[in-house]
Design a protein. Structure first.
Length: 349
């Protein structure tokens, strides 16, 4: 899944950008709007110093070939404990900056304007920003409520706070999550929070509550697919928030489809469970299923060889999927949910 978690977006926003040793706020007055490529990217792949130097040279050569001027820049963590050699590029288009970020395995690129520092996702279409003058930027807590108070206000339950992490403020109720309780199988309720750790970094915390059991769990208290489903649902909410911020012409209706699979011989699919295949095409589910059966972009051939039809019941009731990021995030959630329910799943991110 490509959607970037909230905690990483915060880390991007807290990055300190300098160009030729000068603060970005000073440079933008002389240079105008510019982009910073390969700045501090907490979510991107780590390389050795030698590899970083080679990649930096390759990026500069690529920019030179495209006719762009670039200046030496630095992206660093607020405490200065981590930094990466970067380049400031004026006059480059947003689409080209994001494409270069993808080419060099960066999760995000930085746009610096007179008023704001904006972080743009390279793979997913998301953007967050802060004032350029707010050098020591810190995010706001989602609320001033402890977990116990948030549960009481949202669900009318009074749960004991058994973990220290639940006693800190910042919790909000995000509504139901279509996932069964591991004990009674009732639908769970979803809560999230932002907490500042003692190290100064910010961490996103998630929790689920069962009204019938009157119990709460953090993801790390659950195993396997329950844990994966909770984290994937959070990415679904973030992807839909990103879609809300897009212009209508930047959105498109996406779908997540489910196809039933059957292997009469039992040689490739174990016979002790029902098997399904998940996908998130740009076309309709019917069109994509027909392509699978016709061996058009059939992947590993699960639907081509074993597909016996679409299962519209399992695919029903998903939230609006207005971007490919939202569709991928929901596909990941649905795959984990179906595994919790005992299905065997092929495909899915």
């Amino acid at each position: 899944m490509d959607t970037t978690p909230e905690s990483l977006r915060i880390a991007y926003l807290r990055t300190v950008v300098t160009v030729e040793g000068r603060p970005a706020a000073e440079v933008v007055r002389d240079l105008g709007t510019f982009w910073v490529l390969t700045a501090w990217n907490p979510g991107s792949e780590l390389f050795s110093d030698t590899e970083n130097a080679e990649r930096h040279q390759a990026l500069c050569a690529c920019l030179d070939e495209l006719g762009h001027t670039c200046l030496p820049a630095l992206g660093a963590s607020p405490d200065g404990s981590w930094s990466e050699e970067s380049v400031a590029v004026p006059g480059i288009k947003s689409r080209d900056a994001r494409a270069l970020g993808r080419q060099f395995d960066q999760a995000a690129v930085f746009e610096v304007t007179n008023g704001y520092v904006r972080i743009h996702g390279c793979t997913d279409r998301w953007m967050v920003q802060r004032s350029i003058r707010d050098v020591d930027w810190q995010p706001k807590l989602l609320s001033g409520r402890s977990f116990r108070k948030a549960v009481t206000l949202g669900l009318g339950l009074d749960l004991l706070q058994r973990q220290q992490r639940l006693k800190r403020p910042g919790w909000v109720h995000e509504g139901p999550i279509p996932l069964p309780c591991r004990i009674c199988h009732a639908q769970l309720e979803f809560f999230r929070a932002l907490h500042r750790m003692r190290s100064g970094t910010w961490r996103e915390l998630l929790a689920v509550v069962c009204i019938q059991c009157e119990e709460a769990w953090l993801p790390d208290q659950l195993r396997g697919n329950h844990q994966r489903a909770i984290k994937a649902w959070n990415l679904c909410l973030l992807a839909n928030r990103d879609a809300d911020a897009l212009k209508p012409n930047q959105r498109s209706e996406c779908v997540c489809y489910v196809a039933d699979l059957d292997d009469p011989t039992g040689k490739r699919l174990a016979r002790d469970r029902r098997w399904v295949y998940l996908g998130e095409p740009r076309k309709t589910a019917t069109e994509r299923y027909a392509e699978h059966k016709s061996n058009i972009r059939a992947g590993r051939g699960w639907v081509r060889d074993f597909g016996v039809g679409l299962n519209r019941e399992l695919a029903r009731g998903h939230p609006p999927l207005r971007t490919q990021s939202a569709a991928r995030a929901y596909e990941g959630f649905l795959a984990a949910r179906l595994r919790v329910l005992g299905y065997g799943v092929k495909g899915g991110h």
